[in-house]
Design a protein around this ligand. Structure first.
Ligand code: NAD
Length: 361
């Protein structure tokens, strides 16, 4: 049986990858030590996802291993060796604010953990496809200095010289900007993933995501804006917006659309590739716009719904936070012409997330 290794297998992108690959006949070895509950508290634990994946996919084999532990990881890689066809590495410490609390832990998980997996792949399955979920935070706060960002009524919007709505491609420098401790540990990992492709000739890719989300997202105040906002609205809890008057814009991609992109890469892998990934201009939204849309959808779903407005705006933004980040997907489209683009619209994505939240509450 073909083997896939998925790290962070209980998390948002990891669990979607487990389902996707299991449905395509892989035996999937999951690696997750539920460290998310250490980062964000027991409400953010991903442990129960492991149980449902085991139930749904009999060929899923979860292992509670810490990616910082080379020896424990080696037991898995040395067992399956060349049968490992694909490694999807999603395990991470994902928050800026948390990274500042424990920079050593952040770096060990994000940078050292990635190097452990790259080196074990090189030793045991050097023909495998290695996919790394990087982040747009590798660009630091450089996007904030783009000249075409205009303030509009409910959002900021980037325009190009011809006055068209614009997005950010891979040509942006990752140098000379404020990254945050988290952004810097991801840069270290991102460069290593590129290097194992370019120097050792392995099939590696960095997928630099912005807002990756979906109904499985366990949003916390420090991470996962749309998921956490929906949770607050559905449960009618207060929400704090940090800076930029709530007009900061993000594009959102459903975890399934992202994993489908991984699959396209696996069908024709490159060495040390880098792709910006997100929902693109169509799936972009500001926080103020998101509040409106969630209220609109809740009104359609729940006849007695009363609009939620329990938010406050703190003046100071999170350090290095983007004013406007929307992904230009052209490079991926060019490399994979058979990829048909984003399939899940923002409205469907938000509706799915609201339904899940209502179901859980
Ligand atoms: N979700 C987003 O908006 C977003 C945006 C940009 C980049 N990313 C990146 O995508 C990846 C996946 O994100 P996600 O939202 O699925 O994260 P997630 O937190 O939902 O899942 C990550 C999983 O990794 C596990 N994990 C953490 N540290 C570990 C360790 N040391 N050993 C083993 N397992 C460990 C956690 O328990 C968790 O289940 C991460 O690398 C993240 O940095 C996410």
């Amino acid at each position: 049986m073909r083997i896939a290794i998925v790290t962070g297998s209980n998390g948002l992108i990891g669990s979607q990858s487990v389902a996707f690959l299991s449905e395509r006949g892989y035996k999937v070895i999951g690696i997750d030590n539920d460290m998310r509950s250490y980062f964000f508290g027991k409400d953010a634990s991903t442990k129960e996802t492991e149980e449902s994946l085991k139930w749904d996919f009999p060929n899923f084999r979860p292992r509670q291993i810490d990616i910082r532990n080379y020896k424990h990881l080696e037991e898995i890689f040395s067992l399956y060796r060349e049968r490992i066809e694909i490694v999807i590495h999603t395990a991470a410490q994902p928050s800026h604010d948390w990274a500042a609390k424990e920079p050593l832990t952040d770096f060990e998980v994000n940078a050292l953990g990635t190097l452990n997996l790259l080196e074990l792949s090189r030793q045991h399955c050097s023909n495998a496809t290695f996919i790394f979920t990087s982040t747009n935070k590798v660009y630091g706060d450089t996007p904030n200095r783009l000249p075409g960002i205009i303030e509009e009524e409910k959002r900021y919007q980037l325009y190009d010289e011809r006055g068209n709505k614009a997005a950010i491609d891979e040509s942006m420098s990752i140098d000379n900007s404020l990254h945050s401790v988290f952004g810097a540990s991801k840069v270290a990992a991102d460069i290593m993933v590129q290097e194992y492709g370019k120097y050792f000739g392995m099939n590696t890719a960095c997928f630099r995501g912005g807002c990756l989300t979906g109904p499985q997202h366990k949003g916390a105040e420090l991470h996962g804006f749309l998921s956490y906002l929906i949770k607050c609205i559905v449960k009618r809890k207060p929400y704090t917006i940090f800076g930029y008057k709530g007009k900061q814009v993000r594009d959102n991609i459903h975890s399934l659309d992202l994993v489908n992109m991984f699959w396209h890469f696996h069908s024709d892998p490159k060495q040390g590739a880098v792709y910006n990934v997100g929902g693109g201009i169509e799936n972009s939204i500001s926080i103020l716009e998101a509040i409106d849309i969630v209220n609109d959808i809740c009104r359609e779903m729940i006849p007695e719904w009363k609009d939620w407005k329990d938010y406050s705006i703190a003046e100071i933004p999170r350090s290095g936070d983007h004013i406007y980040y929307v992904t230009d997907l052209s490079k991926f489209k060019k490399d994979f012409p058979e990829w048909t683009g984003i399939t899940i619209s923002l409205k469907s994505l938000i509706s799915e997330m609201i339904k899940k939240e209502i179901h859980n509450s």
